[in-house]
Design a protein around this ligand. Structure first.
Ligand SMILES: NC(=O)c1ccc[n+]([C@@H]2O[C@H](COP(=O)([O-])OP(=O)(O)OC[C@H]3O[C@@H](n4cnc5c(N)ncnc54)[C@H](OP(=O)(O)O)[C@@H]3O)[C@@H](O)[C@H]2O)c1
Length: 317
């Protein structure tokens, strides 16, 4: 594993991290979940990305990870970076959602209890809350640090302007954000023209989510169908209707370029995301140990050449 430093901080993260948004709820088998997490750790994935609401049901992914931590990884706690987030709806009533101090800190206490840990390493504001002053939301992140319940503050899904306002409030508190988590893949390049330059300017590292576009940048859907159990058949966030002719043409063209350098499409897509030195870590999901192992092979792959990058641009445009 290679580790990259989150710009402007002392924290290093593995180039590939494991996210528990899907595949770690009570709808999946604990033995498989445990095998994925343990294999990831053995392969040098020291960073696990969670959120209060990951499940199903919400909270279940933290409980699953907490169970694995207690049973297998307890003594390695200091070798592991645990990230969690608050900001999306999590419980009933007015305080189970948003970025108020009440919601953020109550959510963090719940996360610590589900995970069975005394602190998390990274605590994200999962999204901006237009109804709460940014100083209050950022104040809650600072408070989490000051109380020892989190080590690094971070942002997710903030646009450029919101990121500037948040970082300025955090810097005034003496606790600048070290990471910003944003979607980025060959199929969604919004980050390149919205956030990339701002994060570099503000010395905030970047953790990118869905670098495989939830499986669209793998061989999962190349046949044109939606295999049983795949995310397109089990999740409200990816749909059968996403497997369009346009998508298939793009995916096959990328797959052909990947084959020329003896990579699978998923390996190709991850190598491409990590070509950007501003990316601290690509957070992948996996529903099996095999997927995880296949993706790990990128760590020994040669960098993309200028000609390969140009060929990718041709396909994506
Ligand atoms: N901050 C935010 O708002 C936010 C939002 C979304 C995600 N995230 C974070 O980012 C993490 C990753 O997101 P993601 O799960 O969408 O990432 P992803 O890596 O783009 O997609 C993961 C899915 O791709 C498929 N896959 C992975 N490797 C494969 C392989 N080698 N061959 C075939 N299929 C493969 C699997 O789908 P199947 O399940 O079909 O097998 C897997 O579940 C999340 O867990 C979460 O931690 C954060």
């Amino acid at each position: 594993m290679q580790y990259r430093r989150a710009s402007g901080s002392g924290l290093t993260l593995p180039e590939l991290s494991l996210g528990l948004w899907h595949n770690f709820g009570t709808d999946r088998d604990l033995d498989t979940q445990r095998a994925i997490v343990l294999r990831a750790f053995d392969l040098g994935i020291t960073h696990f990305d969670l959120a209060n609401n990951y499940g199903p049901p919400p909270g279940a992914a933290e409980e699953t990870f907490g169970r694995i931590l207690r049973r297998d990884l307890h003594r390695y706690r200091d070798e592991i970076v645990i990230a969690t987030k608050a900001g999306y709806r999590m419980w009933e009533g007015p305080y189970g959602d948003g970025g108020s101090r009440k919601s953020m800190l109550a959510s963090l206490h719940q996360s610590l209890s589900r995970l069975g840990v005394e602190y998390v390493d990274i605590f994200y504001s999962h999204r901006p809350d237009p109804n709460t002053p940014i100083e209050e939301t950022m104040g809650a992140l600072t408070r989490a640090l000051q109380s020892g319940k989190a080590l690094y503050p971070a942002l997710s899904n903030y646009d450029a302007e919101q990121t500037r306002a948040a970082q300025s409030a955090l810097t005034r508190n003496g606790t600048p954000a070290v990471l910003h988590q944003t979607r980025y893949s060959m199929l969604d390049r919004t980050y390149e023209h919205t956030l990339q330059h701002v994060l570099t300017e503000l010395s905030i590292g970047t953790t990118v989510f869905s670098p495989l576009a939830q499986g669209l940048l793998t061989d999962r859907y190349l046949g044109g169908g939606t295999p049983d159990g795949s995310r397109a058949t089990t999740s409200p966030f990816l749909h059968r209707a996403d497997i369009t002719q346009t998508y298939l043409r793009t995916a096959h063209a990328l797959n052909a370029l990947a084959a020329e350098r003896a990579q699978t499409l998923s390996q190709f897509a991850l190598t491409w995301v990590l070509r950007d030195p501003a990316v601290t870590s690509a957070i992948i999901g996996a529903s099996s140990v095999e997927q995880l192992e296949q993706n790990m092979h990128i760590l020994t792959a040669p960098p993309l050449s200028t000609a390969e990058l140009a060929a990718i641009e041709m396909v994506l445009q």
